[in-house]
Design a protein around this ligand. Sequence first.
Ligand SMILES: [Zn+2]
Length: 455
Amino acid sequence: MKITRYVAVVFFGVAVLAHAANELIALKAARMFDGKSNTLVQNGVLVVEGDKIVDAGSNIPIPAGAQVIDLGDSTLCPGFMDAHTHLTLDFSGDYNQRRLNELDLNVSEQAIIATAHARATIESGFTTVRDLGSRFIGSHEFVDVALRNSINKGVIVGPRMLVATKGIGATGGHFDPTNGFRDFLFGLEPDYTDGIANGPDDIRKAVRFEVKNGADVIKAAVSGGVLSLTDEVDTPQLTSAEMVALVDESHRLRKKVAVHCHGDQPAREAIEAGVDSIEHGSFMKLETLTMMKKKGTFLTPTLMATEWIMGKIDNYPAALQAKAKAAAAARTEMFRNAVKIGVKISFGTDAAVYPHGQNAKEFRLMVDLGMAPIDALKSATSTDAELLGIRQKVGTLEKEKLADVIAMPGDPTADITATERVSFVMKEGKIIRQGPPSLQKVENTPFPEQAAPAD
Ligand SMILES: [Zn+2]
């Protein structure tokens, strides 16, 4: 009989079991969702060898010598993906306190805090994230690149990350880190090395600079945003010529483009320019959504961001409250229209606007606004894998795919909130979590009085 070998690796006092290569593990559960089908199968069995899935299906035979993990009355599912996170940041507390913390906290300390965000995210079942922007005022550190690389090397535990480095945006726009501060408080105006670019050539330079420094994906703000002090939420912030340059340069370098956009006009211009996804999209009209459907542009609705801000509206300055209310009022009809006409909806939450690790609450918001539970599950698995360009490797439970597998109690198509109670997490064949999470919430958040609510 084969000898089972385990290597116990201790991170933050928590043992992670990493199994030796070529060892067989069979996962069993009452149900299985493969990431792409319209129904769940009963008596799901998934066989993992090393970091890959070697067999998956209903009642398939378990090979001799395999270690069997019976997860009982639960549902096996591909590891969830979140196409819009900011693991290196935390905007969830009092807005003005956060601005002060940004000035006070050493960037290295913020990077260490980010490792706890990464762990909270993977333990809640999200084995892949597209991390859309990481910046520290007055610093040129690429903390998201460092976090991704440290996870890939096994130094820390976290989800697979595709990172955007600094979001690209216009002077005075949503991504200008000096937005709202006294002029020249930080010396020179931010430039392309901070992601701030003006004119098509400068935009190309910013894209090249970010790719040189490790960006997997390019993020830009083409309209105003909610959490910035001096812009309107829906005004255009890049010209059409700048958007064309942004998309052309990124696609030449084989990087996809995700744009932050609330306004309808900038969304139309961005879709026309060929961006891969519109993030938020709050004010998009039906005609704009129809354009997206025709072009195959993804919508990443980030319902959790608005939900969190509206639930804590007193934490924000009056000007931001007005912007948040306008975006929240518009997004319901936009999302319902997108579902109705069949726009490709990717699962993305804007984690950092709310405390990390609560990503799965997005599922219930999607279903409440008219999305079928099975489609919401697809959005966080096969649809995100398609948007991220990694569907050859992950996103479904099929032979030859990497073994990113989670389990949740009961049947998520009957009760979508099962997604919030993930009890088992495997990434690339390694068991990250089996049983209670190691961290109920991120304890070392810089906003202790705003720690994650218990619900
Ligand atoms: Zn964001």
